[in-house]
Design a protein around this ligand. Structure first.
Ligand code: FAD
Length: 441
């Protein structure tokens, strides 16, 4: 079970029409809708379960520029400013703070990759500090160990996944946006080849523009519309432990494990990149495109089980718009944490931070991370279906860049000046044979 998610009250009946309908109340959907509402557009956000209940409340909470792929770095930098700006202008608490992120290593090849990234980041105006062995030992004092080196990225930070998406949805409601939980979008209607309405389980919403921010469900939704969106989801397990008296680093990662302090003093613990692949028909269908990605990450991936088939988010089936869909059968994707991984993570965390020995495990949970073949999200209007904007495939990095991505999607939906160059994210890159370079980190 994951830690309790902040609850917000929303209205059961969606409006008859809206300038923009946003499908999916994860961090991407809520920030998109928030920035649209700030521009004075009427916006309806429909969420099949609860706001933030899937990936957006199940993650580590890292909001980082450190080690970002060049294509995502501009969005990551803008996002850090927007997290702060959002808190100041809305008065809502997402738990964001720039605590800095600490990376420790005993692997010289890894340290030298970080140094190359630092040189590249400098050209983008991002400051990050390489740590000598002595500095790493000082910053990582709580580990009580020697390190060959490390990195500290002072302007990066963390937000609280249990609070962030509900906080943004609350701000959206204050701006007049309409938000609807337990309201699945079943499909899209078109007129003259462009979007004309969204069909939800609670009625039809007339609109000319729809944003599909459905996370791990995006590919199967797109399939209903004849849109091919290669997406794979991998199941990552994570746990939290109770607060300890000692002050440990707020956010630290080593090859073995990561630890992230929550505002209430608990620590979230996970192993970077470690995940299970639950095979599905969709997975097999897109597998050829994912070979380069899996070849890079295979050391940390293990075969999973039948869970993803049972939950149905990757179904190949076509569904009807006048009957319950797989999204109404599974309101919240709540995959089982892998017990082996949880045990291993806990053991490694105590090895890294011995002060955690007395802390109790409070929660253990898992989330499906939705990935694209190149590890960069698909954001943009889908060619051939005017008015349909895809915003999914955040590949394990979407929480931290949520504000920037939401701003960019709102720019595209409203015809505004894009906050960053949208070209690297265009979904049409998935339709050809060129798959782009797999993200480095
Ligand atoms: C264990 C773990 C650790 C992670 N750590 C980090 C991290 O430290 N930093 C980071 O930046 N990222 C991290 N991520 C990734 C990050 O959580 C995701 O990239 C991000 O939350 C994606 O947000 P989203 O809004 O696209 O998707 P989601 O949060 O999955 O939201 C999609 C929503 O759409 C809804 N939906 C789907 N289809 C429909 C429909 N048809 N109608 C209505 N609603 C629908 C779903 O119910 C869901 O609530 C991690 C992920 C996991 C699982």
């Amino acid at each position: 079970m994951s830690p309790p998610l902040q609850h917000i009250n929303t209205s059961p009946k969606p409006p008859a029409s809206a300038d923009v309908v946003v499908i999916g109340g994860g961090i991407i959907g809520v920030f998109t809708a928030y920035y649209l509402a700030k521009r004075g557009l009427s916006v309806a956000l429909v969420e099949k379960g609860r706001i933030g209940a899937e990936q957006s409340s199940r993650n580590w909470g890292w909001c980082r520029q450190q080690n970002r792929d060049a294509r995502e770095l501009p969005l990551a930098s803008k996002s850090l400013d927007l997290w702060e700006q959002f808190a100041a202008e809305s008065g809502e608490d997402t738990g964001f703070h720039r605590c800095g992120l600490l990376y420790l290593s005993n692997d010289e090849a890894e340290i030298s990759r970080w140094a190359s990234w630092r040189d590249f980041a400098k050209t983008a105006g991002v400051t990050t500090h390489m740590l000598s062995s002595r500095e790493a030992a000082e910053r990582g004092q709580a580990t009580g160990r020697a390190w060959k080196g490390g990195v500290f990225s002072p302007s990066d930070g963390t937000a609280d996944p249990a609070k962030a998406a509900p906080a943004v949805a609350a701000a959206l409601i204050k701006l007049g946006g309409s938000v609807h939980q337990n309201c699945a979008a079943r499909g899209i209607e078109t007129e003259g080849g462009r979007v004309s309405a969204v069909v939800t389980e609670a009625g039809v919403i007339k609109t000319k523009t729809v944003v599909m921010a459905g996370g791990a469900w995006a590919s199967s939704f797109c399939r209903q519309l004849g849109i091919r969106f290669p997406q794979a989801s991998i199941r990552q397990s994570i746990l939290s432990v109770s607060a300890v008296e000692h002050r440990l680093p707020d956010a630290v990662v080593s090859a073995g494990v990561s630890a992230t302090r929550r505002n209430d003093g608990r620590y979230a613990l996970a192993i970077s990149g470690r995940a299970r692949v639950d095979p599905t028909g969709q997975f097999l269908r897109f597998a050829p495109q994912f070979v380069p990605m899996f070849a890079k990450r295979w050391r940390n991936l293990r075969p999973g089980g039948l869970e993803a088939i049972r939950s149905g988010h990757e179904t190949l089936a076509r569904w009807r718009l006048d009957a319950p869909t797989p999204m109404e059968r599974v309101r919240i994707l709540d995959p089982k944490p892998d017990p082996v991984s949880i045990k291993d993570t806990h053991r490694r965390a105590i090895e890294l931070l011995p002060q955690l020995r007395d802390a109790k495990i409070t929660h253990a949970w898992a989330g499906y991370i939705d990935s694209t073949p190149d590890g960069v999200p698909g954001i943009g209007e889908v060619p051939g279906l005017p008015g349909f904007i895809l915003a999914a495939g955040f590949s394990g990095h979407g929480f931290g860049i949520g504000p920037g991505a939401g701003h960019l999607i709102a720019d595209l939906a409203s015809g505004g000046e894009p906050i960053v160059d949208p070209v690297p994210y265009r979904p049409e890159r998935f339709s050809g044979s060129a798959w782009g370079k797999v993200a480095e980190f």
